[in-house]
Design a protein around this ligand. Structure first.
Ligand code: ADP
Ligand code: BMX
Length: 510
């Protein structure tokens, strides 16, 4: 291999091509970029234009890839289209001459450009866009392949480097220079790992206009996400709440019963339908859902709370309907975060328990929301409670569904609110059921205090927020010494804890 090529083996080649007609588009600026690059780890240069090439050649003996760009009326080929360009680049001091080697209409054949470079004692570099073009160039005897033109010969310009093309070209056995959209050091390292002989970086080093725009656009996007409300939903076993949320404020909300007899597609349709009037008014989207969410897939821990099929692709289903990615968490985890950020937690460690259709939980410890290995952290409703016929999931002995089912067994057709109303009227059957639920949940809170010792224990959910329920919990825990007694607070955000938490979690990941 030529010593000029060897000199930048497994190294960085900096393309010093200012934005045409921009404030830096002068030979002395190009020399500045070149010397700065060589002083900082660059081993080779890619320079466009004879004036720039002559100026840089006079300033350094580093290997230079030279090229001339032209806009032709009768060909899409822009890089060193003419044989005369090859001669002029050789005379101006290029060590390697780069030319377009794509399979497109052109004034001079690739074979002739390659032969001309060699005739002038220079190395020939074929800038290609496909593996077929790379194979053709190798067959013609070029010295080095560049992936330069991948993504630039028609169609939308990709964001990422074409590493599959790089890997395929490397397998041809001729030195390959990775070039095109390499913008961060990790991508340059990946190119070397894939076998690139060298890596060309241009805009990310020598086009301040592009770099500035990248940062300005990222800040504008973050600002838009922070200043626009988020769309959030709380899909529970009884109700589905959808809202526009701005920080700790629900700007607008709408709610409908979760149609339990339907399926996840229908539940997703309902969310999209409720959200439709707010199209265009929100940035991020966050969801709080009963059940377990992990890697975008949704499952039930207790189908009795909501019959969610195992592994339903919830993230994709919602993104398809809402037209953008959705951040998803378990409903009680999201509510815990909302109460931590904006509610009863006020930034202190907390455990949140929702006594609702089922019983869910979430914990924020050390400022971090516990999610766990597979999203199950906090699912207290499924912890086992001793019962007459063996251990049972705790929520089956205390949740809203328990109250309705137990009322039916006692001969009363009543949902949980009706049971509470009957208890308030002094009907003993109803009081016994509410007391039974409070017994179970009070023991749960006592155990959670021992496990996590949070500053506050926040209780939410339709049952948890029902009149007299927290009083019953405190009465059952009043005997405990202060260091063991939970400080029970009502969910300050009420039924909106889930959507407010989901909105904030979504904004943090958007
Ligand atoms: P989800 O479980 O869908 O998140 P909720 O938090 O509203 O919804 O909890 C629903 C459960 O709470 C149901 O069993 C419902 O009957 C019960 N519930 C709702 N409101 C009350 C109330 N005021 N008093 C007692 N129980 C209630
Ligand atoms: C269940 C479980 C939890 C959920 C809790 C409260 C399912 C479908 N849900 O224990 O994930 O957090 O109920 O659910 O397995 P909610 O609908 O009552 O809010």
């Amino acid at each position: 291999m030529s010593d000029r090529l060897q000199r930048f083996a497994s190294s960085l080649v900096v393309s010093c091509q200012p934005v045409p007609d921009g404030p830096l588009d002068h030979p002395e600026q190009v020399v500045g970029f070149a010397l700065a690059a060589l002083a900082s780890g660059g081993r080779g240069l890619r320079i466009e234009g004879l004036a720039n090439l002559r100026a840089v050649r006079a300033a350094t003996d580093a290997p230079i890839i030279g090229l001339i760009k032209r806009d032709l009326d009768d060909s899409p080929v822009r890089i060193t289209p003419f044989l005369d360009d090859v001669r002029a680049l050789a005379e101006a001091g290029a060590d390697i001459i780069a030319f377009d080697a794509t399979d497109r209409a052109r004034p001079a054949a690739v074979a002739d450009l390659c032969a001309a470079a060699h005739a002038h004692g220079r190395l020939a570099m074929a800038d290609i866009s496909t593996i077929e073009e790379a194979k053709a160039a190798v067959a013609l005897g070029v010295d080095v392949i560049g992936t330069t033109l991948s993504g630039y010969t028609g169609g939308p310009e990709p964001d990422d480097p074409d590493f599959p093309l790089l890997a395929a070209a490397v397998r041809l056995g001729r030195p390959v220079i990775a070039e095109g959209r390499i913008r961060v050091p990790e991508q340059a390292a990946e190119a070397i790992r894939l076998g690139a002989h060298g890596v060309v970086v241009g805009s990310a080093i020598t086009r301040p206009e592009h770099i500035t725009r990248w940062f300005a656009d990222a800040i504008a996007t973050a600002r838009a996400a922070a200043t626009r409300p988020a769309l959030a939903f709380d899909l529970g076993g009884t109700k589905t709440l959808v809202a526009l949320v701005d920080g700790d404020r629900v700007v607008e909300e709408t709610e409908r019963a979760t149609l339990r007899h339907l399926d996840p597609d229908a539940w997703c349709d309902a969310i999209a339908e409720l959200a439709a009037p707010w199209q265009g008014r929100y940035g991020a989207i966050g969801g709080a859902v009963t059940g377990v969410v992990h890697a975008g897939r949704w499952s039930a821990l207790n189908p009795g709370t909501l019959p969610v099929p195992d592994g339903y692709p919830l993230a994709d289903a919602l993104a398809r309907r809402l037209g953008q990615p959705v951040t998803l968490n378990n409903d009680a985890q999201a509510a815990a975060w909302g109460e931590y950020r904006f509610g009863a937690g006020a930034g202190r460690d907390l455990v949140f328990v929702t006594v609702s259709t089922g019983i869910g939980g979430g914990a924020v410890i050390g400022g971090r929301l516990l999610i766990g290995r597979g999203g199950v952290a906090g699912s207290v409703g499924l912890t086992l409670e001793a019962a007459a016929d063996g251990a049972m999931p705790l929520e089956t002995l205390a949740s809203g569904r328990f109250l309705a089912e137990a009322a039916a067994k006692a001969g009363h057709l009543a949902d949980a609110p009706a049971v509470f109303a009957a208890a308030a009227r002094g009907e003993s059957w109803a009081s016994a059921l509410v007391d039974r639920s409070a017994d179970v949940v009070a023991r749960l809170l006592q155990n959670l205090q021992l496990l996590f010792d949070p500053a506050v224990m926040v209780v939410g959910g339709g049952v948890g927020l029902a009149g007299g329920y927290r009083e019953r919990l405190n009465a059952r825990l009043s005997h405990l010494p202060p260091h063991l007694k939970p400080e029970i607070r009502a969910a300050a955000l009420g039924k909106t804890a889930g959507v407010i938490g989901a909105a904030d979690l979504a904004r943090r990941t958007s």
